[in-house]
Ligand binder design. Structure first.
Ligand code: UT7
Length: 335
């Protein structure tokens, strides 16, 4: 049986970091490839441009850069990190990219593994890592969200390719025996509605020798029923957040910031309206980055922390949602 090493009751937030590739793809540039326009994309999604990986960029590299900046903010010796969880649907190595990030960081006392839950991935990873910390097994963790969907979208499908971009974000969290700044959380999945958003393996039948088949690898591009995903998000996200407020005895008026998965500005506005959280508290950076999947929440948080919007002791309500279908929410106090 695992022996509890520490007597902990909660987690605190010590640092944030992020990274995006240099290459920028604007709406005008996409309209040279597919039949769309800056006006359409901007008005339907709020997105103006996104970052696209080029040679040298991949989830391991981006995740490493984001983790490193979070560790620098936390002022940690990398040798004191016990756990690294990477949320990604597009790992550089399908066997797992987190150990490569561990190696690049030199965090050789940590255990590192990947976790997949699409655009809810960062939130699911944050909650997972927090449980290890609260359980007393580990003291310091880096939680990373990183995705490179530009390699998996169909660049001829105007209904989906306009949405996505690449990037990474990370938070440094630490166990504490005094308080718990992860005030509450909830997680949900509904595989019955999974067909609304997929990135499935091709599994094309081939043969090894006569009479013995195998299914060859590779992935089909992202398939998305945008309208259904949109309806799911604007319905479920307010519900999961309202339930979380009720469970934790919080209310929307006590929230300093709403940090939602950056999927579409209209989804952000709708959720903010339903919860009666005023627009200036609903953080958004999707104009610059589009939907970076597991990276959006830590990328947004890092930007807000570094620009002094999210400050120590601020209450942040956050929710991730997407393929699976999966969705989750967490209420945190920064610091
Ligand atoms: O992490 C989760 C990831 N996914 C999401 O968050 C997706 C959520 N859904 C959405 O954000 C929106 O559904 C989209 C932005 C994807 C689409 O916006 P919409 O307002 O739901 O558009 P629609 O699919 O209802 O399409 C309306 C029209 C259609 O034309 P017709 O059939 O009415 O003539 C589409 O063919 O807009 C057309 N259209 C476009 N036109 C110009 C679809 N995509 C484009 C485009 N440019 N890129």
């Amino acid at each position: 049986m695992e022996v509890k090493k520490f007597n902990q009751i909660g987690v605190s937030f010590k640092g944030s970091g992020s990274y995006v590739p240099d290459q920028i793809l604007t709406n005008q540039e996409i309209s040279k490839k597919v039949n769309t326009s800056d006006e359409w994309i901007k008005s339907r999604t709020g997105i103006s441009e996104r970052r696209i990986s080029s040679v040298g960029d991949n989830v391991t590299q981006m995740g490493y850069e984001a983790a490193l900046t979070a560790i620098e903010m936390a002022n940690w010796d990398v040798k004191t990190i016990d756990l690294i969880v990477l949320a990604s649907s597009t790992p550089h190595d399908l066997f797992g990219s987190a150990p490569s990030i561990q190696a690049k960081l030199g965090a050789n006392n940590a255990v590192a593994f990947d976790l997949t839950a699409a655009c809810s991935g960062f939130l699911f990873a944050l909650i997972t890592a927090s449980q290890y910390l609260k359980g007393g097994s580990f003291k310091r963790a880096i939680v990373i969200g990183a995705d490179q969907l530009s390699s998996f979208v169909d660049w001829n499908d105007r209904r989906s390719c306009i949405l996505f971009g690449d990037g990474a974000g990370a938070l440094a969290i630490e166990a504490t025996n005094e308080f718990d700044n992860l005030i509450g959380f909830d997680m949900r999945t509904d595989g019955e509605r999974g067909s609304f958003l997929n990135l499935q393996s091709k599994n094309i039948k081939d043969s090894i020798i006569d009479n013995i088949d195998f299914l060859s690898g590779g992935y089909s591009p992202v398939q998305m029923n945008g309208q259904e995903v949109y309806k799911f998000a604007v319905r479920e996200v307010p519900i999961i957040l309202e339930n979380l407020f009720r469970k934790t005895n919080y209310s929307p008026d006590k929230v300093d910031w709403l940090v939602l998965h950056q999927a579409n500005q209209r989804i952000l506005d709708s959720v903010g309206d339903k919860l009666k959280i005023s627009g200036e508290k609903v953080l958004s950076n999707l104009e610059k980055y589009g939907n970076t999947s597991a990276a959006t929440i830590p990328l947004m948080m890092d930007e807000a922390i570094r620009s002094n919007r999210i400050k120590s002791n601020d209450i942040v309500a956050t929710s991730g949602f997407g393929a699976g279908l999966s969705w989750g929410a967490a209420l945190i106090k920064w610091g």
